[in-house]
Design a protein around this ligand. Structure first.
Ligand SMILES: Nc1nc2c(ncn2[C@@H]2O[C@H](COP(=O)(O)OP(=O)(O)OP(=O)(O)O)[C@@H](O)[C@H]2O)c(=O)[nH]1
Ligand SMILES: [Mg+2]
Ligand SMILES: [Zn+2]
Length: 333
């Protein structure tokens, strides 16, 4: 009889499975390898005698980095060092929206600079979009109770650029964990992430957090330009009122978004346009090379798995896109 545990960390060919808070080092069964089934951090798996036999259906999946079954994404930004970059933040938000996972926003390093202007700006842009917002300082232990409260009872993942303080925040609420953190100026010389792997950390019986190396190199080169608006909470509800159903909200006549442009924050709209342009490049690439699945994403791996994991009825196009992203990243690794 095999047991069911959760992958808490992967190192090369070794999969570390948490079963009743005991860790088992496992390898993949040949049959899984042959099926090209990819096991990722957060997956629930059947395992026996050091071998992983099967993956259970996923409740959620995100790529870049790969992890499964997280219930919320906490996007961490630094107010300074590195400077707050709204387009980058919007990129993380849009990416998380794509995966349909609830989003919370954490603004860290508020000991370095916290004027009311920044707080007002952050609240005025992101509160109406429905995102919970907290301000923290991992170093001064400010707002860390709010951070802890965000995590209670859930499996969360931390997203955000390198050096914003993700690992430091986890250390701040639980010093026993003592994750490695990096120095920002060293990092820019090295250009590497201090955290290299995804790892699930148990904070208490109900709360788990996945420390990640950030979600690096996110680009909207996997979806069509007219899908980008769905990732923006202020654009999505208006789209139905545009005169043309394929409206990209850039210069079209009868565009409900352009008619309402004064109610949309300029950095949000600028981010939208930037992501549409990335998606346009992707569309051109697809047009030039033939169909999406035959060109950029050649591998057919994970096809079976993706069908199995997507219990929710989703638009078939969206499903195909997700398969494509996963195949794309599988190929890259
Ligand atoms: N002043 C200040 N510095 C902080 C704060 N949080 C983290 N730092 C510093 O920022 C640097 C980066 O912190 P990390 O926790 O390693 O950042 P990270 O987001 O985990 O980075 P990666 O693992 O590379 O993705 C370290 O030097 C920390 O000491 C904070 O609240 N205030
Ligand atoms: Mg880190
Ligand atoms: Zn429009």
């Amino acid at each position: 009889m095999s047991n069911i545990g959760q992958i808490y960390k992967i190192h090369s060919d070794f999969y570390y499975v948490n079963y009743n808070n005991q860790i088992f080092e496992c390898k993949l069964r040949e049959v899984l390898k042959k099926q090209h089934l990819k096991v990722v951090t957060g997956d629930f798996v059947h395992f026996e005698n050091g071998a992983i036999e099967d993956i259970l259906p996923r409740k959620s999946y995100i790529s870049h980095p790969d992890c499964a079954n997280v219930e919320q994404i906490i996007i961490v930004s630094a107010i300074k060092e590195p400077d707050l970059d709204f387009v980058q933040l919007n990129r993380y938000i849009a990416f998380s929206e794509y995966y349909n996972i609830p989003i919370k926003l954490c603004f860290n390093k508020n000991d370095l600079s916290l004027d009311d202007k920044i707080i007002d700006k952050v609240f005025s842009i992101y509160e109406p979009l429905g995102y919970d917002i907290i301000f923290t300082s991992a170093i001064e232990q400010e707002g860390t109770d709010d951070f802890k409260n965000l995590l209670t009872g859930k499996i969360s993942v931390l997203a955000g650029g390198s050096g914003v303080g993700k690992s430091s925040l986890i250390n701040a609420i639980n010093p026993d964990i003592n994750l490695r953190t990096g120095n920002v100026s060293d990092r820019s010389k090295r250009g590497t992430h201090t955290t290299r792997h995804c790892e699930i950390i148990s904070l208490d019986i109900n709360s788990k957090i996945v420390d990640t190396p950030g979600f690096s190199n996110l680009k909207f080169d996997f979806l069509m330009p007219n899908e980008v608006g769905k990732l923006f909470n202020e654009i999505k509800p208006l789209e139905q009122y545009c005169k043309f159903s394929d409206c990209l909200h850039i210069h079209e006549s009868g565009c409900a978004i352009l008619e309402n442009i004064e109610n949309i924050d300029a950095t949000r709209y600028k981010s939208y346009i930037a992501f549409v342009n990335e998606a346009k490049e992707y569309k051109e690439h697809v047009k030039y090379n033939g169909t999406k699945s035959e060109t950029r994403f050649k591998q057919s791996s994970n096809k079976k798995r993706t069908v199995k994991i997507s219990h929710k009825k989703r638009e078939s196009a969206r499903n195909t896109l997700k398969q494509n992203i996963q195949q794309h990243y599988d190929k890259e690794q």
